[in-house]
Design a protein around this ligand. Structure first.
Ligand code: FRU
Length: 477
């Protein structure tokens, strides 16, 4: 019924029923983007993990598919990745899809040997419709490391072998293999660098070009220990020579400062285009958010690039360009002056109430975007000049009492040095994704108002000029 679907996003993927966490096995093949995901089909809380499956042609319209991987005698199916084995290195067939995932064995866990997580394979020769587990599983047994999981595999052209990036407690361990079946340890990264407030999970390693130079980016999710509490994803920029990852800088950076972007990784087999998607929730409250039939959605897919600011290199995220096709007519306003408040709510009438709002300020001034309803509930998104921070304040956003840390102001430092701010907000029913300064600072946060936010206002303590205000509601199909 409608009531049950109150918080169902329009264009972010969410499972029809049951529980979802991490995105898994993201791989592109013959015009289709595959998304697998940590899934408990029988209940809307975390439980025995399966790989659910969804597909999309445009990264926006999703079709849920039958479950791809079920638990078996080796364990339940934790996170992992998938590759297209073009050259049949594994012998499952040329262009077979091969999933490399963690088996989690609860019985072995009881024995406290720390050997309960190990890496296994499954393959599909019909473009992901049906899957066969490899008879020789596991392919990477556990040497006795309690947290030993989430393999992300990619082909390394220079050394002509597969590289596995694996989360090993509070480090990342790299392995290599000629055939996806035999793995040898290469090196370990993470001692004395990065955030260590929790366990390291769901890593990813991929190259990106900046100013003609190739860099390697290492994503590492951490839970807890995120900058705004609970789960978050840090990243390192550096070099990878096929064996060792060497970061350029020591400081910790976050791909998204919001509370609700976790375990995100990138699609395999998309060439130079690097597309990222995260789980839009946080372990701090994911199991108790006020939806009943299902829990969790993913972020909008984002294209990642490296950008130089001064002599430093940062990762930046932008909604994939395919999202533009979902936009209806744009309200393009130029040279907008806001003296305390300007109300745009009328422009949302008869729309899906989901939209993209693009702003460019004339100067560096405080401003707030208010999403609200007539119950007095609101989410405030804005820029604080004195702190030089962006924020999302969901302290009065409706249902918040399901977890004590949910109702709060979530902040992110500004990275860009420009004297005007460019900001894109993507709003979809119960989430806002803020991309500031072309994605140099990102905040993703969810909320649960008792009635849809059908009010949209721009506010500022002093008179402020916007060079541009574009409001584009999204189509509802
Ligand atoms: C991250 C994570 C992974 C694990 C999976 C289990 O959110 O804890 O490390 O594989 O979830 O569902």
């Amino acid at each position: 019924t409608l009531k049950k679907e109150q918080y169902r996003p329009l264009f972010h993927f969410s499972p029809k029923k049951g529980w979802m966490n991490d995105p898994n096995g993201m791989v592109y093949l013959n015009g289709t983007y595959h998304l697998f995901f940590q899934h408990n089909p029988d209940s809307a809380v975390w439980g025995p993990m399966h790989w659910g499956h969804a597909t999309t042609k445009d990264l926006i319209h999703w079709e849920e598919q039958p479950i791809a991987l079920y638990p078996d005698s080796l364990g339940t199916i934790f996170s992992g990745s998938a590759v297209v084995d073009k050259d049949n290195t594994a012998g499952f067939g040329a262009n077979a899809l091969v999933a490399i995932f963690t088996h989690h064995n609860a019985e072995i866990e009881q024995k406290k040997t720390g050997k309960h997580q190990y890496q296994s394979l499954a393959y599909s020769t019909d473009e992901g419709k049906t899957w066969t587990k490899y008879a020789g599983n596991p392919v990477l047994p556990n040497p006795g490391i309690w947290d030993f999981r989430d393999p992300k595999v990619r082909w390394h052209e220079e050394t002509k072998r597969w590289i596995m990036t694996l989360a090993t407690k509070q480090t990342i361990t790299f392995y290599s293999s000629p055939n996806l079946k035999q793995w040898s340890k290469l090196s370990e990264f993470g001692e004395g660098i990065g955030a260590h407030g929790g366990v390291w999970e769901c890593p990813d390693l991929f190259p990106l070009i900046v100013d003609g130079e190739r860099k390697w980016v290492l994503l590492v999710s951490i839970n807890p220990g995120g900058p705004n509490g609970g789960s978050a994803t840090q990243y390192f920029v550096g070099n990878f020579d096929g064996k060792t990852f060497k970061p350029d800088k020591k400081e910790t950076r976050w791909i998204d400062y919001g509370a609700d972007d976790y375990a995100g990784v990138t699609w395999s087999n998309t060439g130079n285009r690097i597309i990222f998607l995260g789980w839009m929730s946080n372990w701090q409250y994911a199991n108790v958010v006020p939806t009943t039939a299902w829990r969790s959605a993913n972020t909008i897919p984002r294209e990642l690039t490296l950008k130089r600011v001064g002599d430093e290199v940062f990762l930046s995220s932008a909604p994939v360009k395919e999202l533009n096709d979902l936009k209806t007519k744009m309200e393009e306003m130029t040279n907008v002056t806001v003296a305390s408040e300007k109300d745009f709510s009328d422009l949302l009438k008869n729309t899906s109430m989901t939209y993209s709002l693009d702003l460019t300020t004339a100067n560096l001034d405080d401003f707030t975007v208010q999403l609200a309803n007539d119950l007095g509930e609101q989410v405030l998104v804005g820029y604080d000049k004195q702190q030089n921070q962006f924020y999302v304040d969901r302290s009065q956003s409706g249902k918040t009492d399901f977890e004590s840390g949910f109702a709060k102001r979530i902040v992110a430092p500004r990275v860009a040095k420009d004297t005007s701010i460019e900001l894109t907000l993507v709003v979809d029913v119960n989430s806002v994704e803020l991309f500031a300064d072309k994605g140099l600072t990102v905040l993703t946060d969810i909320f649960f108002p008792n009635r849809v936010f059908d009010k949209l206002r721009l506010k500022s303590p002093e008179k402020i000029e916007f060079k541009r205000v574009n409001l584009s509601p999204f189509k509802s199909n």
